[in-house]
Design a protein around this ligand. Structure first.
Ligand code: F6P
Length: 509
């Protein structure tokens, strides 16, 4: 297994500076009661990339959000993150107009619905696209101009992340000392879908300026190749996974992202962490003194959901499946509750506002239909949660429901498996076949997230499964995940990026 320290040793030996770019930042700054605090989201691409930045003493370019995010930067707009292993964070700040076009518009109302099969119609606007272009050029400029804090090295590797930054490669100067790579974290759709995008050629051409491009799964690579064949005059060497376009070559591979299993394990404290007390008290209104935790979770089985409030996560469908489960399996009435953590995101976008309403209404409907004075079947918790809070619940949930309609990878399902592997009485994972992680987590109860009958049955199966079988399934999946840590993933990504640049351009670092 590759650890943080293996990655650090590997990066120390390299003759290049590592530059990471991602829209979301690894943490945000906020003043709480007069004191400056650092807040880390419960998950997401940038949180996963943060230890990679530390291991590589990297420069990390991302979008700042709060006034305090700006306040703590020096006059060059950067801050050295003062960890034992420091890295340089540069934040880009956008005026509202640019944010609307780049983030709320083209990224999340055009590309996001276009790339996920969730039947949300993408919206096309040239004004949004122009802002998207502008902001992408700003990210490229920041990559090229942010000074590196450390001994001079011969070359630079740009590690660009996700669909928000697809045009960044086209704005970067191409020199023998720069290696351009991009990881596309969301699905790549079939050509029949991608072809409707008016700006498709510019995006494809930009991606083909990378030396190395990667997706989570093989079918994303296959879809990407078929899109290229239909849209551009490319030659694809299937064996070497190399696309030749003009006089440039790009290696394109699948590289499923993993998680930091050590951190998850260290946060999985089955004993009273205070958080569980708070959880039981605030959600179930039970005084902790009256009932020990283990007894509480034996009497009340928790079905857990942890999601960003997003239509791709299949939340309405999931609640319909829960309703069917309660209807079909009345023996569980009164002793099982669904607890859905909902991280709010993209709140200015109308489809996300609508979804919030729909999900709330559906939960209310179920509670009205099945709930009693003493028991509420559905608890929805919108807000911001710490990793520690979520992980302490992973270890106590009877079932974890991860049922996206389409998802590039889904790290929640992986974190649940690792956290559960630390307990003697783990829960069961019900996982959508449309999550990228379903290819790795084959011992989960795999369902078609659109098939609410099948999902309802899987919930019942998970709740009825004996402890040995739950443990065996979790341990099998945990063993797979131990091999695919986020460190192994990033090391392999950077190794492949360098190999591609050496092979195709003779870059010699
Ligand atoms: O994986 C998709 C993604 O958009 C990431 O790029 C991002 O970290 C995460 O989802 C959260 O999205 P947002 O920052 O738009 O809430």
């Amino acid at each position: 297994m590759t650890s943080y320290f293996d990655l650090k040793d590997f990066l120390l030996d390299q003759k290049y500076h590592l530059y990471i770019a991602a829209d979301a930042q690894p943490f945000l700054n906020k003043r709480v009661k007069g004191t400056m605090t650092t807040q880390v989201a419960a998950g997401g691409v940038s949180v996963a990339l943060e230890p990679v930045a530390r291991a590589g003493n990297a420069v990390f370019i991302s979008r700042g959000k709060t006034i305090e995010d700006k306040e703590i930067l020096d006059k060059n707009g950067i801050i050295t993150v003062n960890h034992k292993d420091p890295y340089t964070l540069r934040r880009i700040f956008l005026p509202q107009e640019d944010l609307d076009g780049y983030y709320n518009g083209f990224s999340n109302q055009t590309l996001w619905p276009l790339c996920h099969v969730a039947f949300e119609t993408p919206i096309f606007s040239n004004i949004w696209y122009e802002k998207y272009k502008k902001v992408n050029s700003e990210f490229a400029h920041a990559l090229e101009t942010t000074p590196y804090n450390g001994a001079e090295k011969a070359a630079k590797v740009y590690f660009i992340n996700d669909y928000q930054l697809s045009l960044v490669p086209s704005f970067l100067k191409k020199t023998p000392e720069t290696i351009i790579s991009l990881f596309w974290h969301i699905p790549w759709p079939t050509w029949e879908v991608f072809r409707i995008l008016p700006q498709k050629k510019e995006i494809l051409q930009s991606l083909l300026q990378c030396d190395f491009l990667a997706f989570h799964r093989d079918y994303h690579v296959r879809n990407f190749f078929s899109t290229l064949r239909r849209e551009l005059a490319v030659r694809i060497d299937e064996e070497k996974k190399t696309v030749h376009f003009g006089n440039h070559a790009t290696v394109v591979k699948s590289l499923p992202m993993g998680i930091d299993t050590d951190v998850i394990k260290s946060l999985s404290t089955p004993e009273d962490s205070g958080l569980l007390t708070h959880f039981i008290k605030s959600i179930f209104r039970v005084e902790k003194e009256k009932i020990p935790h283990e007894d509480f979770f034996n009497n009340t089985k928790v079905i857990l959901g942890v999601d960003r409030l997003d239509y791709t996560k299949g939340l309405t469908m999931r609640l319909t499946a829960l309703e069917r489960f309660l209807e079909k399996y009345p023996r569980f009435l009164g002793n099982v509750s669904y607890v859905g953590f909902l991280a709010l995101s993209r709140e200015n976008i109308p489809s996300y506002q609508m979804l919030k309403k729909t999900v709330r209404e559906k939960a209310r409907e179920i509670n009205k239909r099945f709930g009693t004075k003493q028991w509420k079947p559905v608890h929805l918790l919108p807000g911001v949660f710490s990793r520690q809070e979520l992980i302490s619940l992973y270890t106590h949930a009877a079932v974890c429901l991860v049922t996206p309609l389409d998802d590039g990878m889904n790290l929640v399902s992986k974190e649940f498996v690792i956290a559960s592997s630390t307990t003697t009485n783990p829960g069961a994972l019900v996982l959508s076949q449309f999550a990228g992680s379903a290819t790795d987590l084959t011992s989960a109860l795999i369902v078609n997230a659109y098939d609410t009958e099948e999902t309802a049955d899987a919930i019942a199966q998970g709740l009825s499964m004996d402890q040995n079988e739950r443990k065996e399934r979790i341990m099998r999946m945990a063993a797979t995940l131990e091999e695919q840590s986020v460190y192994a993933w990033s090391k392999e990504f950077l190794r492949q990026a360098l190999a591609a640049a050496k092979e195709n351009r003779g870059v010699n670092v």
